[in-house]
Design a binder for this molecule. Sequence first.
Ligand code: NAP
Length: 303
Amino acid sequence: MYDVLIIGAGPAGLGAAVYAARAGLSMAVIDQSPISGGQVLNTYEVDNYLGLMGESGGGLSDKFREHADKLGTEFITDEIQSVENLDGKKIVHGYERDYEAKTLILATGATHSKLGISGEEAFSGMGVSYCATCDGAFFKNRVAAVVGGGDVAVEDAVFLSKLCKKVYLIHRRDTLRAVKSLQEQLFAKQNVEILWDSEVTEICGTNAVEKIMVYNKKKQQTSALEVNGIFIAVGIVPNTDLFKGLVEMDERGYIKAGEDCVTSCRGIYAAGDIRLKPMRQIITAVADGANAVNAVQRELEKD
Ligand code: NAP
């Protein structure tokens, strides 16, 4: 029986692992992927993580993992099927085997949202992508569209502008949600055209994406735009399906927990992007990992 099992090896899970190891707790990190990092792996460059300006997403993930490895963290690759709270004992049912712990830190992060339009599913991997750093190279010297107005969409458009002949950023409003510094980088790009107040209504093609239909809400007009690829960056959904009924969540599936990461279920803590909070950043995820371990220690001291 572990003192604490950490589910998820993104910044929150790895941050928790470092703090748990230093606190001398018996613990392990379980993730379905052997490659740690979570969403950070999809980031080309991270400019706002203190002390590591300009680090690549992959590089930062490697550093996080190396730190946890050096402190002796046990990493388990398994796909969790369900989680139970039986008389205070936490049982994690994996595909490979079951695991038992006194406490759990849930740090499963979030995944990209979908647009839910015609052609999105059919052309997924054939021009439709949710990760510019993973798939951008396929569109070298070609034309790509990015949908969204948040940090990810703007980062993606800036990244793709270095590879593609032309990039369209398609946003449903007339102002961007992304931070100012990213907006400034975007506006400086000569080969990026922003289509304001616009929504993509359909993705068309034969074997791969050839064009998208774009509706301009102000002009109330739909027009066809020839593109080779479309990168969808319209936000995230928390990976919390496994924990439904175990801990309280809001209507979008974010786990209700304060800065101490304490959930409605005693001995279970939520850290990182799955927690209901105002700011989802790498640095706040790492901080959650530390706070969750602090709460775990206080709980274990009660025994
Ligand atoms: P986000 O901040 O929620 O932005 C989502 C964007 O997609 C918004 O502009 C939104 O439009 C648009 N959108 C949502 N649903 C849509 C739909 N159905 N059709 C068209 N557009 C739609 O999500 P994100 O950019 O993925 O970022 C997720 C989190 O990670 C954020 O907290 C972000 O700050 C953080 N992050 C931070 C960094 C960084 O610090 N460098 C980098 C990446 C991500 P509206 O603006 O109209 O709502």
